[in-house]
Design a protein around this ligand. Structure first.
Ligand code: PMP
Length: 396
């Protein structure tokens, strides 16, 4: 395994949820496909045949990654597009059966915005509430299901607080009622083994960059027998479900990233989990009025998320930036807005509590010294900021 950090930035990078570097082994594998093996699978000559074979082989690798069949994989430009194809594609194709869809309150912003779009198209969306840890409340799911419910979409894990969802319980409920079940697996892929058969998932979103592959490529798994309408119209690639010339170098990189992940996931997640546990155990002990966001145990092995009373996450982030530590506040997808994280609010936090949050996400090139540096510096940063905060009372 490569342990050398392949990128230059702050000394310590603890924001793997927002972006991951491409593994150097993936880049080497991709390079020949930019020039030597540049063919288009749609061409009928030898150069095209080579590209077709490459596409088939790599589709099989991605299928293996989630225990699907190759013909159930549709390559897309990334997770956002796969989520669009899953929700809009499924809704449009199956609207004669019903126009009601259920998502959870803690979905990625792309799912929330697709849901808003579908509402404008005449669909009805119900949002499933979550408990204080961010897990969907199963009995509420049962009560939200209606005769015209056609689709349930719940992410495998929260991309913000890392809470894992009871995927198999949700799948069972959906299967018993003949409702399609879509899972955005982007936050969990490469950290939790995903098996669409055992998990009983019908549609599943994957992204390449979240497993150290290149950006601009992802996939939708669509269980055999399920149908979606295409959202991109054109040359009819990907069985007519996703037109546009296939991004062969990207797909090769995605598949190589998945192959490496399948080999290394167990060892890598054990290592990250031990660092993560160190953070969860030490930070609330070292810092007064510091609390864990998300589930204490049912959470991604690389995610630690805290809130600190009386200060702003942004101030902590900027102070840590000065110390050479890159870290996130709230969700990367919405960190440039002043809106508090919808996920933290859904867990019942007040706006001011949500604002004092910090997200730490570990990854392939994180070393134990990185985590130790944060543990050493953070208590001083929080204490200094609290001295400046009108909301902080020393006797607290
Ligand atoms: N779903 C989840 C859970 C995500 O975290 C993200 C962002 N990484 C996306 C979807 C969208 O991914 P992309 O911006 O690569 O399309």
């Amino acid at each position: 395994m490569t342990t050398q950090q392949p990128f230059a930035c702050e000394d310590v990078y603890l924001d793997y949820q927002s972006a991951k570097p491409v593994d150097p082994r993936v880049i080497s594998k991709m390079l020949p496909y930019f020039n030597e093996l540049f063919g288009n699978p749609s061409s009928l000559h030898g150069v095209g045949d080579v590209a077709t074979n490459i596409l088939d082989e790599n589709r099989e690798l991605i299928a293996n990654f989630i225990n699907a069949k190759p013909e159930e994989i549709i390559f897309t430009s990334g997770a956002t597009e796969a989520n669009n194809l899953a929700l809009i594609g499924y809704a449009m194709r199956n609207q004669k059966k019903g126009k009601h869809i259920i998502i959870s309150e803690v979905e990625h912003i792309s799912i929330h915005n697709i849901a808003k779009y579908l509402t404008r198209q005449g669909f009805e969306i119900s949002k499933l509430p979550v408990d204080i840890y961010g897990q969907v409340i199963i009995h509420k799911l049962k009560s939200r299901i209606r005769k015209d419910t056609i689709l349930i979409s719940v992410g495998y894990a929260s991309n913000e607080i890392g809470t894992l969802q009871p995927i198999r319980e949700i799948a069972k409920i959906a299967r018993e009622r003949d409702i399609a079940f879509h899972v955005d697996a982007v936050a969990a892929e490469g950290l939790i083994p995903i098996d669409v058969q055992k998990d009983d998932i019908d549609l599943l979103t994957l992204s390449s960059n979240d497993i150290y592959g290149p950006r601009g490529v992802g996939a939708l798994y669509l269980r055999k027998g399920y149908r979606v309408n295409p959202i991109l119209i054109g040359g009819g690639q990907e069985h007519g479900l996703r037109s546009g010339s296939e991004n062969i170098p990207g797909i090769v990189g995605f598949a190589e990233a998945a192959r490496i992940m399948m080999e290394e996931m167990k060892e890598e997640t054990n290592r990250l989990e031990s660092y993560r546990n160190k953070l969860l155990e030490t930070i609330p002990n070292l810092i007064p009025k510091a609390y864990i966001n998300g589930h204490p145990t049912e959470r991604l092995p690389n995610n630690a998320h805290f809130r600190f009373e009386a200060i702003e996450g942004e101030s902590i982030l900027l102070s840590l930036k000065d110390e050479g530590i890159a870290i996130a506040t709230g969700s990367a997808c919405s960190s440039k807005t002043l809106e508090p994280s919808h996920t933290l609010i859904a867990t019942g936090l007040l706006h001011e509590e949500a604002h004092g949050s910090l997200q730490i996400t570990l990854g392939r090139f994180t070393k134990e010294e990185d985590v130790d540096k944060l543990i050493k510096i953070l208590p001083g940063v929080v204490s200094r900021l609290r001295k400046l905060s009108p909301l902080w009372k020393e006797e607290q």
